[in-house]
Design a protein around this ligand. Structure first.
Ligand code: AMP
Ligand code: GLY
Length: 423
C-alpha cells in the first residue's frame, strides 16, 4: 500500500521510521517533509492547507492511507475532505478534532460526560471574566480557547497577573484563538501524558510519556513545544492505567460517539495525577512531538496495520505490545529558541551520533543548503536512545548528543530527572 505522511517535524520522522517497518508498505510519500524524512520517504510538494490538491495527488498516485502528524489540518477538516473524495486518512474528523481545537468545547464536554477535570468557566467579556477570576482561589489558570501552539496558557499566581492575562487575551493578544478564554482552577499533582489508539468506539492504551516543557534545566525559562521526553511514564502503573481508561478515555469515546462525532485516531490526554486520582488537563488529537519519538520506537506492532484497523472500526479488544525498555529523547534547539531561534547555522556529526548503539536521530527543523545541513527552525534535532531503564537511555542519548558538532544549538541536560529521582 502507498502511504502519504503529512508534516515536517521530528514526530513525522519518527512516524516514517515506524511505518517503514510494515510489510504492507509499498512507497512512502511525505509532504512537506524534511531532510531526515527524505532519507526514508519520497518527498512531494503539497500544501497542507490545500485539501483539494492533497486529494487529487492521492487519487493520481493511488494512496491507500494518509497519515496526518500535526493538529492544524485535523482541526481544519482534512480527514472529512479526503473522505468525501474516497481517500482514507488516519485521524479524527473536524467534529472530533474539537477536543483539541476548542478548550471551551472540551471543558463543557467533560462536564456533560462526567470526565474529571478542573472546574472552569468560559468568557468573551473582560469584566465578566475578571469578576469570575476574583472569586476563585489563586493560582488560577487562564487559557485561550483555540489553537495557540502551546503558548495560550497562563498560570497566574496572583489576582493582578490573572487580570492582566485576561485583558491581554481578550483584547486580541492571541488573535482568533483568544476571542474566547477558559478560566480554570489550578490542579496540583504530577503531569503525565497518556495515549490511546481509537477506532470510534473502542480505545486501547498506546503507552505513556512525560515531557519537559520549559526551555532550560531545572524547569526554568519559557514554555516550549517540548525539550525532551521519555516513555513509559513510570508514574502510570497498571492500576492507574485502568483508572485512566475507565474514568477518562472510555467516557470520552462514548460521549463523542453519542454526540455524533466518534473519535478515530490517537487521543493524547494530558493528565494531572492528583492525590484523589487522574484529572484531564487537555486533549490533543494526534501524537505528541517529542512524545512520538519515544513511544513509537517501543511499539512492537505494525503501525500501518493498526492505523487501518482504526479507520475500519476494527481495533477489537487487544493489548498492544510495547518493549519494556525505556526510550528517552533530547531535543536540540537553535540558540534563541523559543523566542527568536537563529537559523542557518551548520550541523555536523549526525552520522557519528546515529551509529551509536540504540540511538536514533530524527530531524525536526533542518534544511540542506548546498549539500550542508543547517538549522531552519526552533527545535532542530531529536536524539533518542533506548535503554534498560531511564538512566541507561539517558546516558546513551547524551553520549550521542555529545557526538554532534553544532555551535548554534543547545539542549537541556536534565531530561528524565523526575524519573531518576523516583528509582
Ligand atoms: P495545556 O496547553 O492546556 O496543556 O496547558 C499547558 C500546561 O499548563 C500544562 O501542561 C500544565 O503544565 C499547565 N496547566 C494547564 N492547565 C492547568 C491546570 N488547570 N492546573 C495546573 N496546571 C495546568
Ligand atoms: N509535546 C506536546 C505536544 O505535542 O503537544
Amino acid at each position: 500500500m502507498n502511504v502519504l505522511l503529512l508534516g515536517s517535524g521530528g514526530r513525522e520522522h519518527a512516524i516514517a521510521l515506524a511505518l517503514r517497518k510494515s510489510p504492507f508498505l509499498a512507497t512512502l510519500f511525505a509532504a512537506p517533509g524534511n531532510p531526515g524524512i527524505a532519507s526514508v520517504a519520497e518527498i512531494v510538494a503539497l500544501d497542507l492547507a490545500d485539501h483539494a490538491a492533497i486529494a487529487a495527488f492521492c487519487k493520481l498516485i493511488g494512496i491507500g492511507l494518509v497519515v496526518v502528524g500535526p493538529e492544524v489540518p485535523l482541526v481544519a477538516g482534512l480527514v472529512d475532505d479526503l473522505a468525501a473524495e474516497g481517500v482514507s486518512c488516519f485521524g479524527p474528523s473536524r467534529a472530533a478534532a474539537r477536543l483539541e481545537g476548542s478548550k471551551a468545547f472540551t471543558k463543557d464536554f467533560c462536564a456533560r460526560h462526567g470526565v474529571p477535570t478542573a472546574r472552569h468557566a468560559a468568557f468573551s467579556d473582560i469584566a465578566a471574566a475578571k469578576a469570575y477570576a476574583r472569586a476563585r482561589p489563586v493560582p488560577i489558570v487562564i487559557k485561550a480557547d483555540g489553537l495557540a501552539a502551546g503558548k495560550g496558557v497562563v498560570i497566574a499566581s496572583t489576582r493582578d497577573e490573572a487580570e492582566a492575562a485576561i485583558a491581554k487575551m481578550l483584547s486580541g493578544g492571541f488573535g482568533v484563538a483568544g476571542e474566547r478564554i477558559v478560566i480554570e482552577d489550578f490542579l496540583d499533582g504530577e503531569e503525565a501524558s497518556f495515549f490511546a489508539l481509537c477506532d470510534g468506539t473502542r480505545g486501547v492504551p498506546f503507552s505513556t510519556a512525560q515531557d519537559h516543557k520549559r526551555a532550560f534545566d531545572g524547569e526554568r525559562g519559557p514554555n516550549t513545544g517540548g525539550m525532551g521526553a521519555y516513555s513509559p511514564a513510570g508514574l502510570v502503573d497498571a492500576a492507574l492505567e485502568a483508572r485512566i481508561m475507565h474514568e477518562i478515555i472510555e467516557p470520552t469515546l462514548a460521549g463523542m460517539a453519542a454526540e455524533g462525532a466518534p473519535f478515530k485516531g490517537v487521543l493524547f490526554a494530558g493528565l494531572m495525577i492528583a492525590a484523589d486520582g487522574p484529572k484531564l488537563v487537555e486533549y490533543n488529537v494526534r501524537l505528541g512531538d517529542p512524545e512520538a519519538q519515544v513511544i513509537l520506537p517501543r511499539l512492537e506492532e505494525d503501525l500501518l496495520a493498526l492505523m487501518l484497523a482504526c479507520i475500519e472500526e476494527d481495533l477489537g479488544p487487544r493489548r498492544l505490545r510495547f518493549s519494556d525498555r525505556t526510550a528517552l529523547t533530547v531535543v536540540l534547539a537553535a540558540q534563541g529558541y523559543p523566542d527568536a531561534p537563529v537559523a542557518g547555522t551548520e550541523i555536523g556529526g549526525l552520522e557519528r551520533a546515529a551509529a551509536m548503539p540504540d540511538v536514533t536521530v530524527t530531524h525536526a527543523g533542518t534544511k540542506l543548503i548546498g549539500g550542508k545541513l543547517v538549522a531552519s527552525g526552533g527545535r532542530v534535532l531529536n536524539i533518542t536512545a533506548l535503554g534498560r531503564d531511564v538512566a541507561e537511555a539517558r546516558a546513551r542519548a547524551y553520549a550521542a548528543v555529545d557526538a554532534i558538532d553544532w555551535d548554534g544549538g543547545f539542549c537541556r541536560r536534565d531530561i528524565g530527572w523526575r524519573a531518576l529521582g523516583r528509582t
